[in-house]
Design a protein around this ligand. Structure first.
Ligand code: MEV
Length: 321
């Protein structure tokens, strides 16, 4: 039996633009997904199961893809169990965490547990299932703490990923003490269709491409503002990033309500992740007040704890096996 966990994430800057090679910054959060794998030797005929149900490409798309692509055909069927502290389709990285925890568990079984390889394979899985993706979510879930992804290598490089002619350099990002409050709208939004919607806009409009570039520039400004712990500047950049994402068409009335309510007690606030519903984040010195404002505006507030624990083997007992 192997048990691996991986954290969710929140994107601070650069979502969507990162798909086109622009930089992005994200943090791993203290809410995890747990995946257990055990060999199903005695019950070959049952095949692979997830929480007691037959493994399905439709309902377990990320797990299914990971197994199909990276599990040895000659291996016994697996009994897979999952457990999540992350609401799904909420912008908090549940897809990345389930992918990374599954790939991590497969690698742990093969005694090849290595974060850079897990990040690479996790990205492949997410890219295939989502249609198109950047590695920001899967790399953040793999590494933990904070990540800066850019198209050139800088100090604190962790690993490099590429696909077709696109290159992403994943770096550890130093974070000052920040108090972030997230607000979940409860409106489920799938990442794939939102990425496809932005892509249609970017492919046909030079204006949209300028917006994407501006998001990239402000993300690098934000990396400097984070290094200087300049809360006012970070907040202003969050507000601008939110406006630019709204122009790209991924805002939602429920998100806008939460962002507006939070800003009264925050340095800045923006949607986080794919948008279209999901969650927002605010940078504040008064988390209780910001959380109360989010709740009053109809959201579920979460005072965010950043975790340094990326993908982790929690249990590996022999034989499982
Ligand atoms: C989703 O969490 C982040 C997006 O930029 C998509 C991606 O990077 O794969 C919207």
């Amino acid at each position: 039996m192997v048990v691996v966990t991986a954290p969710g994430k929140l994107i601070l800057f650069g979502e969507h633009a990162v798909v086109y090679g622009e930089p992005a910054i994200a943090v791993a959060i203290d809410r995890r997904i747990r995946v257990g794998l055990a060999a199903n030797e005695g019950a070959q005929q049952r095949g692979f199961t997830v929480n007691g149900f037959e493994l399905s490409p439709r309902y377990h798309s990320f797990i299914h893809r990971a197994i199909q692509q990276y599990y040895d055909d000659d291996g016994p069927p697996l009994t897979i169990t999952t457990d999540s502290e992350l609401p799904s389709a909420s912008g908090m990285g549940s897809s990345a965490a389930i992918t990374v925890a599954t790939v991590g568990a497969l690698f742990a079984r093969m005694k090849k547990f290595d974060p850079a390889s897990i990040a690479k394979v996790g990205f492949d899985v997410e890219y295939t299932v989502q249609g198109r993706a950047s590695p920001i979510d899967t790399s953040t879930s793999t590494h933990g703490a904070a990540i800066l992804l850019d198209d050139t290598a800088r100090d604190a490089l962790l690993w490099h990923l590429s696909r077709d002619d696109q290159h992403w350099y994943i770096h550890h990002q130093e974070l000052p003490r920040l108090t972030l409050v997230a607000g979940n709208t409860g409106v489920h939004a799938k990442t794939g269709p939102l990425v496809a919607k932005v892509r249609r806009f970017v492919e046909r409009s030079g204006f949209a491409r300028d917006i994407v570039r501006e998001i990239g520039e402000l993300t690098l400004d934000a990396a400097d503002a984070l290094a200087e712990a300049d809360h006012e500047r970070i907040g202003a950049l969050m507000d601008r990033n939110h406006e630019l994402l709204a122009i790209l068409g991924v805002n939602h009335p429920a998100l806008e309500r939460l962002v507006k309510a939070a800003r009264k007690s925050a340095y800045g606030a923006k949607l986080t992740g794919a948008g279209g519903g999901g969650s927002m984040i605010a940078l504040t010195d008064d988390p209780e007040r910001t959380a109360a404002a989010i709740e009053k505006a109809g959201g579920e507030p979460i005072i965010v704890e950043v975790t340094t624990r990326g993908v982790t083997i929690e249990q590996s007992t022999e034989p499982d096996e």
